[in-house]
Design a protein around this ligand. Structure first.
Ligand code: GN1
Ligand code: MG
Length: 384
């Protein structure tokens, strides 16, 4: 039998490094058997530390995702794992009802062999979890391919659809006030006042620009508080690199990175995807003159998302989809700028002005969206 390249056994690195030993020990505690092969560091993501780990068992290579949860960001990781396990089990049951195997369409987290929890505490206190890597799947950090963007829309639309009747109130709040833009603005103003890093003066122009957007960016939060928008189960980090695609057909399989699953507004899930995926540039483009909303990408995502879940939405929800994109872009940029002023405590950065560059990029994008607002709304309507 010829094993495909992926299934071929790797040459075990010998002797094992301290890190190899640590990673193997963590996986064993989740009951993983077979010959430990090696690990890779997965570098996308600004929050958690992620490893892909390979074992050899039953004549094939099995791969897993081992993650250390950032407990500075997720203050209550046990609740985060409770959310994730119940939501993934719910989706699994839904898919199985349709008579198909759920194996490739939802993440499968492992219980540890000691007390059956979906996490373990490492020797130095780290909070770890493990899931199976879905076979034949691939992620894209960013993409210009409109079919993939439409598939991303379908993936997050499906996530909504599967969880449409989930008891939303039973979910824990993974990060309190995550999309509370009113509070995000309050915290921003406090950070500017405290000016811990001493950087506030040098960015006074950016601060002013963001303050001008406060009114538009807080509209949806206020609508929800007035009961005009319903709370649903939302993903809250709907970037295209949080979707797994089939390696051969490029069809969407499953959504990943479920840490921030909690009650929220559907338009925020729509909007965050647009913020990240329909920008003409990367999230951290320095040349802001290049940063625009790409209408073809916007339409591709809107088509995939709205055609999948649109029928379940209220009129207000549909009407505020485009506003959700503006809101998420301003909010995310405001968070980057706040973190820059706080001295880069929250987001991982690759250079000293990374958060500032990200904030300026989001600002340019939000301004372009405001110019294209009517067109954005018309496109959503077209696919309702
Ligand atoms: C963070 O780590 P990552 O890339 O999954 C952040 C999101 C931001 C995003 C910006 C828990 O997500 O809210 O939109 O960076 N996640 C958290 O790229 O704060
Ligand atoms: Mg995330």
């Amino acid at each position: 039998m010829i094993l495909s390249k992926k299934k071929r056994r790797f040459k075990a690195s010998s002797p094992k490094s301290i890190m190899d030993k640590k990673i193997e020990w963590l996986c064993r505690r989740f009951g993983i058997e077979g010959e430990y092969q090696r690990y890779e560091v997965v570098t996308n993501g600004h929050i958690n530390t992620t490893y892909k780990v390979y074992f050899y068992r039953d004549n094939e290579v099995k791969d897993y995702i081992l993650q250390r949860i950032n407990t500075y960001v997720f203050k209550n990781p046990v609740e985060v794992m409770n959310n994730i396990s119940s939501v993934t089990e719910y989706i699994r049951a839904k898919i199985k009802q349709g008579g198909i195997s759920a194996k490739r369409f939802v993440l499968h987290y492992y219980k540890n062999v000691e007390d059956g929890n979906y996490y373990i505490i490492g020797d130095q206190g780290g909070f770890w979890r493990l899931c199976r890597y879905i076979d034949n799947s691939i992620t894209f950090n960013e993409t210009d391919n409109l079919t993939l963007i439409e598939e991303t829309g379908k993936a997050f639309g499906n996530f909504q659809l599967h969880l449409a009747d989930y008891p939303v109130k039973s979910l824990h709040i993974a990060i309190p006030h995550f999309h509370n833009t009113v509070m995000r603005y309050e915290n921003f103003k406090k950070s500017v006042e405290q000016n811990e890093s001493g950087r506030a003066d040098e960015v006074s122009n950016d601060i002013e620009e963001y303050l001008k957007l406060e009114e538009i960016a807080t509209q949806m939060y206020k609508m929800q508080k007035r009961g005009e928008l319903p709370l649903k189960v939302t993903h809250n980090d709907t970037k295209c690199n949080n979707v797994l695609f089939d390696e051969d057909t490029f069809e969407n399989l499953a959504v990943i990175d479920l840490d921030t699953v909690m009650p929220g507004l559907v338009a925020f899930d729509f909007g965050d995807s647009i913020r990240f995926g329909a920008n003409t540039c990367a999230e951290d483009e320095r040349d802001t003159s290049k940063v625009k909303l790409d209408m073809a990408k916007y339409e591709a995502f809107a088509k995939g998302f709205m055609q999948t879940v649109g029928a379940t939405l209220t009129e207000n929800e549909k009407e505020t989809m485009a506003l959700g994109a503006i809101t998420m872009t301003v909010e995310c940029g405001l968070r980057f700028l706040t973190d820059y002023i706080d001295g880069d405590k929250y987001f991982k950065v690759e250079c000293s002005d990374h958060n500032l560059v990200r904030a300026r990029c989001q600002l340019a994008l939000a301004k372009d969206m405001i110019e294209k607002y009517d067109e954005m709304k018309a496109i959503v309507k077209k696919y309702c």
